[in-house]
Write a protein that binds this ligand. Structure first.
Ligand code: UDX
Ligand code: UDX
Length: 459
């Protein structure tokens, strides 16, 4: 079949994979290729066992794979034949040199840009999907158009706002699609080409077009605002625990104010995921770079509060368990950074496990989707102090305490009587996600400590 248009995405990760699967399923006349240097990832995308867990993803991939959706490791050939190239490679926080710990590591992005330049024999539209520092597109445009005599590149920004666990729903029904492009005739035409893809299923009024820098900065700002709400409610949770107020009642009361709104006000052990911390640190670095130290400090506090929340949770566990957890078995229910994903990047459970092992506790990790990632993330810890157990009932056997790390639905529905019977006494339950019924568990015999709400202690 002759395809009308050829789209390529470089980077078959949590963003690139689902986004391209949805574009392919909605645009049957467009050939969509997803390329990645990681051969195992590509093989997994082509198999029945996809490399990421995302509700609804299997069905979408199945509709389009082999029809107009293809996965490959041959990045160069895919570049040569593409009209539009999305770049969705990872941009982690730098761990070295200038800006270490804050700035984005752009080496993969730049390497990809150079490869695009080398393999292109016709004009291309290059679209940033990765979250990048403001003005990266401009730098990329310069790299791409240097030495390119017969070929022209238009660089656009099209940030992805999907959240993991709801990626398919978010992609199918986005609040908005944002496309930033140069304010030139060529630029506007390129933006229109990308908008036309989304217009297959997104109403036109939800497709926003801006200049490139506004688009890049909007992504950082959206994540910073979302994370700020979580840190704000978590800071109030700490105060609730001291005063006897209930953070859920406070969140409900403030959320009914239409100006505030009810979402993203769940007090928790803290936010995780690949984006929030990275993007805020990126914003902080940008502000410092542009001579705005007060603005930088303002946003950095959102990240500090998040770290404080995790540490506060572990300190509370230790304090409640008679100030020592040496040799005690502690079951962590959940390791993923949120429910409905196997992703563990920046998950609060990672920090909690490390702090507990530091105190010489024996940690048993259970999770329905993230155990393989947990094993990899914790490989450097003494293996006699960390065990992995898919069955939560077995994980809790002989434990002194359970700590809920992820709000998996199944953890609300467990038989806590059976669990209580198998545990050491006194049995502690620390609910880092506020999903459990404190009174019911107390009646079974547990001492229960949620976040920002009064707990119930049997001691
Ligand atoms: C990534 C970024 O982390 C995020 O900032 C951005 O907004 C979107 O892209 P994600 O899809 O979750 O998010 O990352 P990841 O799952 O790590 O996928 C990136 C993929 O790019 C990996 O499969 C990696 O193998 C691939 N890659 C990386 C390349 O194909 N080429 C490279 O040079 C580097
Ligand atoms: C986020 C943004 O929502 C998304 O738009 C962007 O594209 C990528 O970053 P994601 O990290 O996948 O998505 O998940 P999100 O649902 O935003 O949750 C992030 C973290 O915040 C999770 O650890 C979650 O448990 C936590 N969270 C969320 C809270 O602690 N309380 C809340 O009220 C909401």
């Amino acid at each position: 079949m002759e395809f009308q248009k050829k789209v390529l995405c470089i980077g078959a990760g949590y963003v690139g994979g689902p986004t391209m699967a949805v574009i392919a399923s909605k645009c049957p006349e467009v050939k969509v290729v997803v390329a990645d240097i990681n051969a195992r990832r590509i093989a997994d995308w082509q198999s029945a066992d996809l490399p990421i867990y995302e509700p609804g993803l299997d069905a979408v991939v199945k509709t389009a794979i082999g029809r107009n959706l293809f996965f490959t490791t041959d990045v160069s050939s895919a570049i040569a034949e593409a009209d539009i190239i999305f770049v969705s490679v990872n941009t982690p926080t730098k761990t070295f040199g200038i800006g270490a710990g804050k700035a984005s590591d752009l080496q993969y992005w730049e390497k990809t840009a150079r490869q695009i330049r080398e393999c292109s024999h016709s004009d291309k539209i290059v679209v940033e999907k990765s979250t990048l520092p403001v003005r990266t597109a401009e730098a990329m445009e310069r790299i791409l158009n240097a030495n390119a005599e017969h070929v022209h590149f238009d660089v656009l920004s099209n940030p992805e706002f999907l959240a993991e666990g709801t990626a398919i729903q978010d992609l199918l029904n986005p609040d908005r699609v944002l496309i930033g492009g140069p304010e030139t005739d060529r630029g506007r035409a390129a933006v229109e080409e990308v908008a036309a893809l989304y217009a297959h299923w997104v109403p036109r009024e939800r497709i926003l077009t801006t200049n490139v820098w506004s688009s890049e900065l909007s992504k950082l700002t959206a994540n910073a605002f979302l994370a700020q709400r979580i840190s704000s409610i978590n800071s109030i949770a700490a105060l609730c625990e001291e005063t006897g107020a209930n953070v859920e009642e406070v969140a409900h009361a403030i959320g009914m104010d239409k100006r505030i709104g009810p979402k993203f006000l769940h007090a928790s052990i803290g936010f995780g995921g690949s984006c929030f911390q990275k993007d805020i640190l990126n914003l902080v670095y940008l502000c410092e770079h542009f001579g705005l130290p007060e603005v930088a400090a303002y946003w950095e506090q959102v990240v500090s509060m998040n770290a404080h929340q995790r540490t506060r949770f572990v300190s509370n566990m230790i304090a409640k368990m008679f100030n020592t957890i040496v040799g005690k078995r502690i079951a962590l229910f959940g390791f993923a950074f949120k429910a409905d994903t196997g992703d563990t990047r920046e998950t609060p459970a990672l920090y909690v496990t490390r702090e507990l092992v530091e105190e010489r506790a024996h940690v048993v990790v259970t999770d329905p989707k993230a155990l393989e990632n947990a094993r990899r993330d914790l490989a450097d810890l003494p293996q006699d102090l960390v065990t992995y157990e898919p069955d939560p009932y077995k994980a809790a056997e002989g434990a002194h305490a359970i700590a809920i790390m992820t709000e998996w639905r199944q953890y609300k529905e467990l038989d806590y009587r059976r669990i209580y019977a198998s545990m050491e006494k006194p049995a502690f339950l620390f609910d880092g996600r506020n999903i459990l019924d404190v009174d019911a568990l107390y009646d079974i015999g547990f001492s229960v400590y949620p976040i920002g709400r009064p707990g119930k202690s049997r001691l």
